[in-house]
Design a protein around this ligand. Sequence first.
Ligand SMILES: [Zn+2]
Length: 70
Amino acid sequence: MFLGKIGVKEELVKREVQLNSSLLCVLCNLGQETCNHFFVECMDIWKIWSGWCKSWGVTWTFLETVKSCF
Ligand SMILES: [Zn+2]
């Protein structure tokens, strides 16, 4: 659904956008900034998702991949 539509660095490079930085995630600087990294793998973003879920009183399941959601 949103794969390929979110402006993560991996997608920007595919669209031939010139980046002035590496492809590493700007938050954790540990993994390449892909859609999967952004929504599943990045522990820094996971902390943000977890905080929102906690404040909304909902639980969230840790996903293997973004594609597994659809
Ligand atoms: Zn990250």
